[in-house]
Design a protein around this ligand. Structure first.
Ligand SMILES: [Zn+2]
Length: 129
């Protein structure tokens, strides 16, 4: 074995195989796609997953009685989840789920509330002598 196929580990400095994906001394893993790993904010806010972000904020604001917002959150949440499935590095699963659950829940509540209010008004007026 020649020394050509060896390189020092960037973390601990021990000589490891040049093709190694993991240092056998310190356990550090190095992949070809270092850009994804360097994105430390990606775990908190999924900038690369726009549908998940939109779903998250629409889901939060769907608390207010404005039912189309809930449905937007619900649809965008599902889109966000699909995007995570296709490209796991974009992240945003939690954001997407918050959009789906909150958007779906409040979307349903406000939709039923609106239908209920219209029904009460309608039957209330209709039942008057
Ligand atoms: Zn090492």
């Amino acid at each position: 074995m020649s020394s050509d196929d060896r390189k020092p580990c960037p973390v601990c400095g021990e000589a490891i195989a040049a093709s190694a994906r993991k240092c056998r001394f310190c356990g550090e893993e190095f992949d070809a796609d270092k850009e994804e790993k360097g994105d430390s904010t990606g775990g908190l806010i999924p900038y690369k997953n726009a549908p998940a972000l939109i779903a998250y904020y629409c889901g939060l604001f769907s608390i207010f009685p404005c039912f189309p917002l809930g449905w937007v959150a619900f649809i965008m949440g599902i889109k966000g989840l699909k995007k995570v499935k296709e490209e796991p590095q974009v992240r945003g699963t939690v954001h997407a789920w918050i959009g789906v659950i909150m958007g779906g829940l409040f979307g349903l509540i406000w939709t039923l509330g609106t239908i209920g209010t219209i029904a009460i008004l309608f039957f209330g007026l209709a039942s008057r002598p």
